[in-house]
Design a protein around this ligand. Structure first.
Ligand code: SF4
Length: 344
């Protein structure tokens, strides 16, 4: 347990948490929406500092991040809890957990860095659950990782507050964000989130203010976010605000949790999303959870040659020179060890 970094004290021992965009006002003895931050006599504590639900060595492509250190391994740490309660949650056992101490592995930030290096990983990712649920821990880990020359990744629902983003911004290199849909009704139905456009603003800030590498994922759920209006909205926003070279992953929904009655996403719907992304001007649209699909491979939009070939989680970097195509020199928006991708 650690005192939270970002909160303000209110009258009568109440506090306001500033870690994410809920900005919960919390009475003494109570927790916020996520159940992971608790007000104890006017002091806000994060309850799960260093308590991991999972620790694995993954290909970076599994996050998915396709234009960020392709072919490398990433040490992937999951904590507990979530500030969203999505009907399609794939990790609900850890995201909806409340009493976590009994079933956690305790991994200090120092140990996480040692394990990253010992396992031959090029970087570390906070993933599986929403990283802001143990924000203080990820910040300490990111600072150490940066000192050791390791890359750092958030796999996030994007609802971190701008204050928290600006705190971790100097130490974080990749922002893999879900943009789950593009309407008030959808976000309200899926996750009870009203101010979902804050997700877009923080993603833009991650890119523009902190020079993070950003990739966007949309899990396409039949009847919920598979209409042209939402898909066009997401594609246009990525193009206009993050740039045409930003990768968009459109992934197949598998029936889960509270909407297990819905069918998996038809391939035709994913291919429609692909066409919508391309029509909006995006250069890199990838279908996810469709092993063997041709879109797994990155093709240079300049000369049409394959530059990073993928089959499942196997990756061959064949045509990159730093961030660019080695055949025609086109900028392909890659961050690699050779290219550096140094933060401003
Ligand atoms: S992290 Fe978000 S949901 Fe949790 S207490 Fe803080 S503001 Fe509320």
């Amino acid at each position: 347990m650690r005192e939270a970094l970002l909160y303000e004290k209110l009258p009568d021992s109440r506090v306001r948490c500033q870690t994410c965009q809920w900005y919960c006002a919390i009475n003494p003895g109570k927790t916020g929406v996520c159940h992971m931050y608790e007000n104890r006599e006017g002091v806000l504590y994060n309850l799960n500092y260093g308590l991991a639900s999972a620790a694995n060595v993954d290909p970076i492509e599994k996050k998915p991040l396709f234009h960020f250190h392709p072919g490398t391994l990433v040490y992937s740490l999951g904590g507990w809890g979530c500030n969203f309660h999505c009907a399609d949650c794939q990790n609900w056992e850890i995201a909806m957990a409340e009493d976590v101490r009994r079933v956690s592995q305790e991994i200090s930030p120092e140990n996480a860095i040692k394990l990253t290096e010992r396992n031959g990983c090029a970087g570390i990712a906070w993933t599986y659950n929403e990283p802001s649920m143990w924000f203080e821990y990820t910040l300490d880990g990111a600072k150490l990782a940066k000192k050791e020359g390791l890359y750092t990744v958030y796999v996030t629902n994007g609802y971190l507050s701008p204050e928290a983003l600006d705190t971790i911004g100097p130490y974080l290199e990749a922002w893999r964000v879900d943009v789950k849909g593009f309407s008030d009704e959808f976000y309200q139905n899926l996750a009870k989130i009203k101010r979902w456009r804050g997700i877009l603003e923080v993603a833009e800030r991650a890119k523009n203010r902190w020079n993070m590498h950003v990739e966007v994922v949309t899990n396409i759920i039949p009847t919920m976010n598979d209409d042209d209006i939402q898909l066009e909205g997401i594609a246009r926003w990525i193009h206009d605000k993050l740039g045409e070279l930003t990768p968009w992953h459109v992934t197949r929904f598998h029936p889960a949790y509270n909407i297990s009655h819905l069918a998996p996403t038809p391939l035709a719907t994913l291919e429609k999303a692909y066409r919508i992304g391309k029509k909006a001007g995006l250069k890199f649209v990838y279908l996810g959870n469709v092993p063997g699909h041709a879109s797994e491979t990155t093709t240079c939009p300049g000369c049409a040659k394959p530059v990073v070939e993928r089959r499942g989680y196997e990756t061959w970097v064949t045509g990159l020179a730093g961030s660019c195509c080695r055949y025609c020199g086109a900028n392909l928006n890659f961050r690699t060890a050779a290219q550096g991708g140094e933060k401003r």
